[in-house]
Write a protein that binds this ligand. Structure first.
Ligand code: B1M
Length: 216
């Protein structure tokens, strides 16, 4: 139904046009389009295209950076609407979320954090490039029920294993669940490293978190 708008959204990311991406995001809100649909059917298609072109050597780091900036501009406009649409209810649990050390990809992690917050979790987003020590310390400090760790690089996803081990080492494994995610992460990887949960996207992350905390 909104195919043309979704295509323009994808193209704005491919062209690295952050102002246009923000305008199109606002237009989708004005039209009453579900912000998650705008992200998945529009903007993400563009950022995936740039990623694929980068893999093939047809696009370079500047294009990747500009696509990332445009994506962030669009999501910044959509974020309040995502939060507004999440019905307020009792806190479902406390979540510490971060992108692992050595990894600065924050778009997907932030989206997961926003969606979880909108769904009723209290979310402590530590940002990107966060050390294992900082993650477990924060989890202990706030009495977290769940730690969410995002990794976008095959070289940094190994840090997710370190988080699982650190939680175990300090005796928190009975109290705190660990959920992993990010583009290279799979269910098989979750099982291999002994994490408690995995989701391939933000909506799924809410369902997994609820199930892990017995709130579904
Ligand atoms: Co980078 N990058 N990047 N990058 N980048 C990828 C990941 C890559 C696949 C591109 C490619 O080659 N095709 C590739 C990784 C290859 C690999 O490891 N095998 C890559 C590379 C190589 C790099 C650099 C090394 C490039 C360089 O410097 N030579 C460098 C690394 C820097 C570092 O981290 N140390 C780098 C840098 C960057 C930018 C800074 C330019 C920019 C990031 C901007 C930012 O985040 N602020 C960037 C971008 C934009 C990408 C791509 C194109 C898009 C990522 C994105 O935002 N996707 C990406 C290619 C791709 O994924 N198609 C790529 C949209 C986002 C909504 O999806 O993050 O997957 P995603 O999140 C999803 C799910 O994964 C899931 O839910 C989210 C919402 O649905 N999810 C979770 C995520 N976290 C979760 C946590 C959960 C549950 C679900 O529970 C806790």
């Amino acid at each position: 139904m909104h195919e043309k708008l979704f295509q323009e959204m994808a193209q704005s990311i491919i062209d690295g046009e952050d102002e246009l991406a923000a305008e199109l995001a606002q237009k989708s809100i004005d039209l009453g389009i579900d912000p998650l649909e705008a992200i998945n059917e529009g903007f993400v298609k563009g950022v995936n295209h740039v990623g694929d072109e980068f893999s093939c050597g047809n696009a370079f780091l500047p294009e990747l950076v500009m696509a990332g900036e445009a994506m962030k501009a669009a999501i910044a406009v959509l974020e309040p609407e995502l939060t507004r649409r999440g019905s307020k209810r009792d806190v479902l649990g406390r979540v510490v979320i971060a992108t692992v050390e050595g990894d600065i990809h924050d778009i997907g992690k932030t989206l997961v954090g926003t969606m979880m917050s909108a769904a009723g979790f209290e979310v402590f987003d530590l940002g990107v490039d966060v050390s294992i020590g900082e993650i477990v310390q924060k989890a202990r400090e706030v009495g977290a029920d769940l730690i969410g760790v995002s990794a976008l690089l095959t070289t940094t996803m190994v840090k997710q294993r370190d988080v699982v081990e650190a939680v175990d080492d300090i005796g928190l494994a009975d109290k705190v669940k660990v959920m992993v995610g990010g583009a290279p992460v799979t269910r098989a990887w979750m099982e291999e490293i002994g994490a408690d949960g995995y989701s391939e996207d933000a909506i799924g992350a809410i369902a997994v978190a609820k199930a892990l905390l017995g709130k579904s």
